[in-house]
Design a protein around this ligand. Structure first.
Ligand code: SAH
Length: 369
């Protein structure tokens, strides 16, 4: 067990209080915050601007990092998946997705997931536990250090998506705290406007998020245009059915910033939810609520033992054109990292696949700093 305080999960003022409790001046707190969050050091020994005795003392009472990278998988398309372990040996997965304009990091909010979506591999793990704010922040630090080098500023900034394992809105407080820490100008400086959080539809938290002053963007996983089918694919729908969910979206819409839209994600399962009739039902449903939303169609990422296949490309194109004809902006999400089990719905602590594990990191990068 790790009873030491995990400093990566403290915000700036908490870190200052922490050092003051140790009888140290406030500037040490600021120094440590910058070392962790700006220089992205994961070990007190590397904080050579701190006196040696202080480093030794910190090592006794606190930890700078708690996640251990177990494996790292690199896809043909450049996507990287990190399989990490918490101090209590639970899996945590993070995905780095290189993109033309700006790279994206997809983080997990829980180890496993309690929701039982039938098309998602993470569901098979069940909920192991929710992650702490520090464990969420650390995922981003590990991915950034690996991609660019320790402490090297991302050349084009970073987008974050809370679309990894788990349901972020069942870990709301830690999620918001992590986002607040990461927004800090003295730290990672990833502002909420660069972050999108996806929920399966935990309605009370959608309403709560609407009232958060500096909030991230919202995405909602729909997967079906009717309650009947959604109950089957996403059992959470029995608790918060479509009407309740879309009414909450309507409330949330009032807080959208100029030009901002939220996203509905729709995983496309062959012969299950991809018919022309279902496209019309979906368009009519969204139009009935007059939502300023866009739809992201996600071709299903198949994985054993999930009982689904992706929709054919023609079906996806047709589905999209029906939505567009009814005035709904629709995009098709290109699958990334399927070959290494890094794509949407494939995170289940899988080992193996075509991989490149630690040990063959590019020169100049290290996962353990
Ligand atoms: N629990 C949250 C966060 C996970 S996001 C949520 O449900 O929104 C993961 C996204 O991937 C969701 O939009 C989900 O619908 C989608 N997804 C899950 N399994 C998938 C699969 N096998 N193929 C493609 N997309 C999938």
């Amino acid at each position: 067990m790790n009873q030491r305080v995990h400093l990566t999960g403290l915000d700036h003022s908490e870190l200052v209080s922490f050092v003051e409790q140790l009888g140290l001046p406030a500037y040490r707190g600021r120094q440590i915050f910058a070392a962790l969050q700006n220089r992205r050091l994961r070990n007190f020994d590397n904080m050579t601007d701190l006196p040696k005795e202080l480093r030794a003392r910190l090592t006794q009472v606190a930890s700078a990092s708690t996640l251990t990278v177990e494996s790292r998988y690199v896809s043909e398309d450049g996507t990287r998946r990190y399989l990490m372990r918490t101090h209590d040996n639970l899996p945590v997965e993070t995905v780095f997705i290189p993109e033309e304009r700006r790279d994206t990091i997809c983080f997990s909010s829980q180890s496993g997931c309690p929701l039982q979506c039938t098309f998602c591999l993470t569901a098979q793990l069940g909920l192991l536990r929710s992650l702490t704010a520090g464990e969420i922040v650390e995922q981003i630090i590990v991915a950034l250090n690996d991609a660019y080098g320790i402490g090297v500023k991302p050349p084009r900034g970073t987008n974050l998506v809370g679309m990894g394992a788990g349901e972020p809105f069942l870990n709301f407080d830690s999620l918001l705290k992590a986002l607040r820490i990461m927004a800090s100008l003295e730290g990672l400086h990833i502002v909420p406007n660069r972050v999108t959080v996806s929920t399966a539809g935990v309605v009370p938290r959608i309403l709560d998020l609407a009232n958060v002053p500096d909030r991230p963007h919202l995405a909602i996983s729909l997967a079906a245009p009717t309650d009947e089918l959604r109950n089957e694919l996403m059992p959470i729908n029995k608790k918060w059915p479509l009407e309740v969910l879309l009414s909450a979206c309507k409330e949330f819409e009032k807080t959208l910033r100029p030009g901002e839209r939220f996203t509905f994600e729709y995983v496309m399962l062959r012969d299950v939810n991809d018919s022309e009739e279902q496209a019309r039902q979906l368009a009519n449903l969204l139009n009935r609520y007059g939502l300023q939303a866009k739809v992201n169609l996600i071709p299903h990422n198949p994985a054993d033992p999930l009982p689904y296949q992706p929709s054919s490309e023609e079906k996806v194109v047709l589905f999209r054109s029906i939505l567009e004809a009814k005035g709904i902006h629709t995009f098709v999400r290109r699958p990334r990292g399927r070959d290494i089990f890094a794509a949407c719905g494939q995170l289940a602590a899988k080992q193996g696949a075509t991989n490149q594990v630690i040990g063959s990191l590019p020169a100049g990068t290290s996962l353990s700093a």
